[in-house]
Design a protein around this ligand. Structure first.
Ligand code: NAG
Ligand code: NAG
Ligand code: NAG
Ligand code: NAG
Ligand code: NAG
Ligand code: NAG
Ligand code: NAG
Length: 527
């Protein structure tokens, strides 16, 4: 009975024209086409001038259906942060607002990481309130004065996380130090015992971008010292009863820079680490928010920076002799709070989706988007309305599972990835795979996906195309309709365009695409 009756199909097929989906290619024809491709290749090899070029229109993605899983990432792979600087003004943080909680909950399961430069300025429950003027860092204009939160503030943050079904990660202050340089852990003891007394379940980090302390705070904490401090924290956590909580670090930045400062710091940290960290964490940005231009957001050189950075960090971990998987624990398009009217607009989705795709094939376990709220890179605007990347993330969560497959693609401006589809998105208990990615070209590109046997001749593929009227639009369209929440805060029903799995489809210029191939016979996805 699989797909035999589907009233929706008729309407969906009407839309096909609009998106320039071509008529069904008979599988036999596809074979012939492939045959032509082969002949073409052979002819080219002999340097024949040929006229066959015109007939080769479609770019073929090939997926080996018998492949093993490439990786299994965390079920919270797509996560996000709230910068600790927001805690300086708790009243303005909408964590009690039901609209905000609802938007966060649509992204669950995920980690919400509360961290950032201000984590190393945060004091907990000081009896003598720290009254300090704003102190502006010469580096990035951030306030680096010390400040205080109390138990109620911490409880409110935790309550937000539980109501949104998120797992909180809290970044602890590593800059409270004795004159001899040793870490003073009394502040941290107060926080973790407070949390434990309230029976809170959460995970932890210590400090933020320690390799840049000199730059930001005019202070130095060596990687060896930090490894020692992490060990001390791990012991404290175990003693208090947080032995099952994760501890992740060292939160370095400047990875892939010409001086390799972040990698060196991480390497020394790991060489001195005594099994205290569960994941090696680092921060990644492509661009400087104050300088970035629209063209940088679709420039392939920008996209190709991430693989370089990941490789460099992988080598650092390997050379330390450790075998610990990585997290991008803070990452966005542009640092310095994001690029205005770019990092929170439609165009930012390309770098975000590509980062998710590439990080998964590279075996990273979690990618933490900076940020959920606040700054120019937020997924939720100050008006508590979703920005395009919130929608991209929601759709990613819906159609992309933690099981990562290998997909072979060829063109740089087509950046595509494949995962198994989450069970919740299957139809009639029949497994599916999701091929997703972007067409970064300013022209339409026909593609087809090859190599996937299907369970039933009535199996269909569902296509979800994300586009926008302008690259800098704050709205985003799914199959030509602007995405909006229902008035009760529920997600709209995402209406697919239905087509045959073997059919050629045409990707519009500057589009993000999710293709769910229902009934795909890829054993690792259903065994
Ligand atoms: C905060 O500090 C005061 C004074 O030391 C103490 O009485 C109170 O229990 C502390 N509260 C929390 C939440 O730690
Ligand atoms: C913030 O607190 C730390 C730890 O007590 C101290 O060393 C540092 O000087 C303070 N920073 C400022 C700017 O007051
Ligand atoms: C550093 O100073 C602290 C507090 O004054 C003390 O507890 C600690 O033992 C000292 N550490 C070293 C290595 O001297
Ligand atoms: C701190 O580190 C910087 C380089 O990151 C170095 O130039 C400086 O001399 C160091 N300062 C101290 C006091 O060790
Ligand atoms: C944590 O401690 C509890 C109680 O001592 C123990 O039962 C549990 O196995 C420990 N878990 C880990 C991961 O060590
Ligand atoms: C893309 O970025 C690279 C590296 O920054 C730069 O050399 C190149 O000129 C850029 N291309 C465009 C079209 O802006
Ligand atoms: C696409 O971009 C190229 C240059 O990158 C430009 O020459 C061409 O006109 C653009 N085409 C469209 C349809 O915008």
């Amino acid at each position: 009975m699989y797909f035999i009756t589907n009233d929706r199909d008729k309407n969906e097929y009407k839309k096909l024209g609009k998106l320039r989906i071509q008529t069904t290619l008979h599988p036999g024809f596809t074979l012939i086409l492939l045959g032509f491709c082969m002949i073409f290749l052979i002819l080219s090899a002999w340097n024949f001038n040929n006229t066959l070029n015109r007939t080769i229109t479609s770019h073929v993605f090939y997926l080996n259906s018998r492949q093993p899983l490439l990786h299994t990432v965390s079920d919270k792979f797509l996560s996000f942060g709230l910068d600790t600087s927001l805690l300086r003004d708790m009243k303005s943080l909408p964590i009690k607002d039901n609209k905000f909680i609802n938007l966060a909950r649509h992204l669950a399961p995920a980690y919400v990481r509360i961290g950032g430069t201000s984590a190393d300025c945060l004091h907990f429950n000081q009896t003598t309130q720290i009254i300090s003027e704003e102190i502006i860092s010469p580096v990035d204009g951030q306030d680096i004065s010390n400040f205080t939160i109390n138990g109620m503030d911490f409880e409110n943050l935790y309550k937000f996380a539980t109501e949104s079904k998120l797992r909180m990660i809290f970044d602890l202050n590593v800059l409270i130090r004795a004159d001899n340089g040793s870490w003073d852990d009394i502040n941290v003891k107060n926080i973790i015992s407070f949390a434990k007394n309230k029976n809170m379940k959460l995970d932890w980090q210590l400090g933020n971008e320690p390799n840049s302390f000199h730059h930001v705070f005019n202070r130095n904490v060596s990687a060896i010292q930090l490894a020692h401090d992490y060990h001390q924290l791990r012991q404290l956590l175990n003693e208090v009863g947080y032995n099952e909580s994760l501890l992740v670090g060292p939160e370095v930045n400047h990875v892939g820079d010409t001086n390799h400062m972040g990698e060196y710091y991480a390497k020394t940290f790991l060489e001195n680490d005594k099994n205290s960290v569960n994941y090696v964490t680092w921060h990644q940005y492509y661009l400087n928010g104050r300088e970035a231009q629209l063209i940088d957001f679709t420039n392939l050189s920008t996209f190709n920076y991430l693989p370089k950075q990941i490789k460099s960090m992988q080598e650092a971990i390997k050379s330390s002799g450790e075998l610990i998987p990585m997290w991008l624990s803070e990452t966005s398009t542009a640092y310095g709070g994001g690029a205005p009217e770019l990092s929170d607009r439609f165009v930012a989705g390309f770098l975000w989706l590509d980062k998710l795709g590439y990080s998964a094939i590279a075996g990273l376990n979690v990618v933490t988007r900076q940020s959920l709220f606040g700054g120019n890179y937020a997924m939720i605007g100050p008006d508590l309305m979703p920005n395009p990347d919130w929608w991209v993330s929601v759709i990613y969560k819906k159609f992309v599972s933690e099981k990562v497959l290998r997909l072979s693609t060829s063109l740089e401006y087509l950046r595509f990835y494949a995962h198994c589809t989450p069970k919740k998105a299957w139809i009639g208990k029949v497994s599916a795979i999701t091929v997703y990615g972007s067409n970064l070209a300013n022209f339409s590109v026909p593609i087809s996906i090859q190599g996937i046997p299907i369970f039933h001749r009535n199996a269909k593929a569902f296509l979800y195309v994300l586009t926008s009227d302008s690259l800098q639009s704050r709205t985003i369209k799914l199959n030509e309709e602007i995405l909006k929440l229902q008035s009760n805060g529920n997600l709209p029903s995402f209406q697919p365009i239905v087509f045959e799995p073997t059919q050629q489809i045409t990707l519009p210029p500057y589009s993000m695409v999710f293709i769910v191939i229902h009934g795909a016979k890829v054993p690792v996805c259903y065994i």
